[in-house]
Every structure is written in structure tokens, then in C-alpha cells.
Design a protein. Structure first.
Ligand SMILES: [Zn+2]
Length: 325
């Protein structure tokens, strides 16, 4: 898979330029609160500033995170009223929907079902937190004849799911009550949501409240120890406020889940794009080794390296399987 197939650079760059403007419009006067590492609660050390936001790294678990943080209220306003959030939910999603279905969601549905075969030996209901346009849900339905229930607060996205006859709870996770969810054993999933969360620990506390003993939570997010993020650092397009605030990593995730009472079953980094992202941002790669690698390696060599990076837990795309004991 190539980045261009799921994130065409011209549309992605337009989104990033809108996000940069919105970072100033929505947050320049927002009240800031200082916090600690979202994974292990250690005090962070300043790393860099970007679009008016400060990022820190955690000396203990190596997470990268925005600190101090504007209030949750200012993020809500940003996600409901900003041009970049609107562009992402409409133009970006619509123009890339079918490519993302084929390259991203269909393989993801298969991987999730493989994990469930491995870790769950009973019937279950699936709940997709932040289900977007419902494409993952459709792909799961094709494979299992049963669609996940979707939790999606965005009015336009929730409507798109309803138009596909999917069951949608149009709320933020923290507003959902146990009685609104299907009965019996459940598997909660969420994709590319965790890095956006204003308070990841609070999100997990709310989720834990909705889970029964033995229920699973499978999610994907960005690892700050992933190759492209480490090499590009503050110039990485993924490291862009206000949308991406938390970059944990396999070690940090295990710490966070442990302290909130989850069993961390498996953390992998099945990413396919790290080296392609470096190739697409070659002018920003300052490390001599990686510059030379990207310029001179053959396609086959790049594929082999990417496989090794993913296998060794060093890709920036991370998948986590955990359960409530
Ligand atoms: Zn930490």
C-alpha cells in the first residue's frame, strides 16, 4: 500500500493548511491547563512548538504529547465548527472513501476478525467507537452477516451511517449508557481516534464502565516511536495540532492500560507506510542515513525494511488488543 492511495497528498495538504489556520482561530485565546504524560503521569520535557501548541516528551515512557492543553470545550467547538474538521468529514472522506474501503477498511476488518478468532471463543456484539462513514461496519457485515453498532457523535457522519441502515448511537462515548448497547459479550473497536483524545485516560475510564468482564477493546493509533515520526519529528505531517495530541508507543500503552485496570493482551505495529511517508517528505528528512536510504533503496528493499520495521514494533501505526478482567 502507498500513502497516496489513502491520503492523496494534494487533498491532505489542503486539509493541513486549513488545520494550521484553525489552530490559531480556535485556540489562540483558549485557556491552557498544564498536565502530565497521558500514559504514565510523569512530568514531560519540552520538545518543540507547532502551530502555537507545545509538544513534550515523557522521560519515563517516551510518549510525545501536547502540553499544556486548551480546554475540552475549545476542542468541541473546533470539531463542530472548524473548516478543517468539516473538510475532513466531507471532502477528504468522500473523495477517498472507496480507495480507503479497499486499501484500509477491508484488510482491517479481516485483521480484527483474525484477532477475535485468536482471543475470543464466544459470540459477541461489536461496537465501533467513532465509526465515521460506517465503512468498517459495512466490511464487517459482509464477512459476518452482522454489522457493528456505531457510536458516532458527528451529525453528518451519523446520518451517513443511518442512511446505510446501520445502528448508530449519536453521542460521545462518555454520554453513552450501558442500556443503550447490545446485551451479552462485546468487542469494542476504535480506529485512529486515540491520538485525538483530549483526555485518553478519561476515555478509557468511560469505556471500562461500559464493558463487562471478558469484553475486548481493540484499537489503532499512532506510535510516537514509529520510524517516520522519529525521523521527521516536528516536521511529520502526523504531528499536527489541533487534531493529533497523543503519541504513545507500545511500552506507554501497556503502562496506561495497566494503571486503569485493563489487561493488555497484545500491542503490534502492523504499519505499511513509514518508509513511503519518508519518501513523500524527502526534503524534510535531515538524517543522512535515511536520506540516502530513501533515495537509493530499490522498491523490493523498501518492502523488506517496512516488513521488519512493522514486525519489530517500530512502525508508527499501532494496534492494541486489551480486555477488562
Ligand atoms: Zn510517560
Amino acid at each position: 500500500m502507498k500513502e497516496e492511495q489513502i491520503r492523496p497528498q494534494d487533498i491532505y495538504n489542503e486539509y493541513l493548511s486549513l488545520a494550521e489556520k484553525d489552530a490559531h482561530t480556535f485556540f489562540s485565546e483558549a485557556e491552557l491547563t498544564c498536565g502530565s504524560c497521558p500514559a504514565c503521569e510523569s512530568d514531560g520535557v519540552f520538545a518543540f512548538s507547532k502551530n502555537g501548541f507545545s509538544y513534550e516528551t515523557c522521560p519515563n515512557c517516551l510518549s510525545l504529547f501536547v502540553n499544556p492543553r486548551p480546554s475540552a470545550k475549545s476542542f468541541l467547538k473546533y470539531y463542530t465548527e472548524s473548516d478543517s474538521a468539516e473538510f475532513w468529514a466531507t471532502t477528504f472522506y468522500k473523495e477517498t472513501a472507496e480507495a480507503r474501503r479497499e486499501k484500509l477498511w477491508r484488510p482491517k476488518a479481516k485483521i480484527i476478525l483474525e484477532k477475535l478468532n485468536l482471543y475470543l471463543d464466544k459470540n459477541y456484539e461489536m461496537v465501533d467507537i467513532g465509526g465515521g462513514l460506517g465503512i468498517f461496519a459495512e466490511e464487517i457485515k459482509k464477512l459476518t452477516n452482522k454489522a457493528p453498532v456505531i457510536i458516532e457523535p458527528g451529525p453528518k457522519l451519523a446520518e451517513a451511517c443511518q442512511n446505510k441502515s446501520l445502528v448508530v448511537i449519536q453521542k460521545f462515548l462518555e454520554e453513552v449508557e450501558v442500556r443503550e448497547l447490545p446485551e451479552g459479550p462485546k468487542v469494542f473497536v476504535s480506529f485512529e481516534l486515540f491520538e485525538h483524545l483530549h483526555d485518553p485516560a478519561m476515555f478509557l475510564v468511560h469505556l471500562n464502565r461500559l464493558m463487562g468482564s471478558g469484553d475486548l477493546f481493540i484499537f489503532t493509533t499512532l506510535s510516537g516511536l514509529g520510524l517516520d515520526i522519529q525521523v521527521l519529528w516536528e516536521n511529520a505531517k502526523a504531528v499536527t495540532p489541533p487534531h493529533h495530541l497523543n503519541f504513545l508507543n507500545p511500552y506507554a500503552i501497556a503502562i496506561l492500560l495497566g494503571r486503569l485496570g485493563f489487561d493488555c493482551i497484545e500491542v503490534t505495529t502492523p504499519g505499511q507506510l513509514d518508509i513511503d511517508i519518508l519518501s513523500n517528505n524527502l526534503e524534510k528528512v535531515t538524517d543522512h542515513y535515511w536520506q540516502t536510504f530513501v533515495k537509493t533503496a530499490s522498491e523490493d528493499e523498501k518492502v523488506e525494511w517496512q516488513k521488519m520495521i512493522a514486525k519489530s514494533g517500530r512502525s508508527s501505526h499501532m494496534m492494541v488488543v486489551c480486555s477488562k478482567p
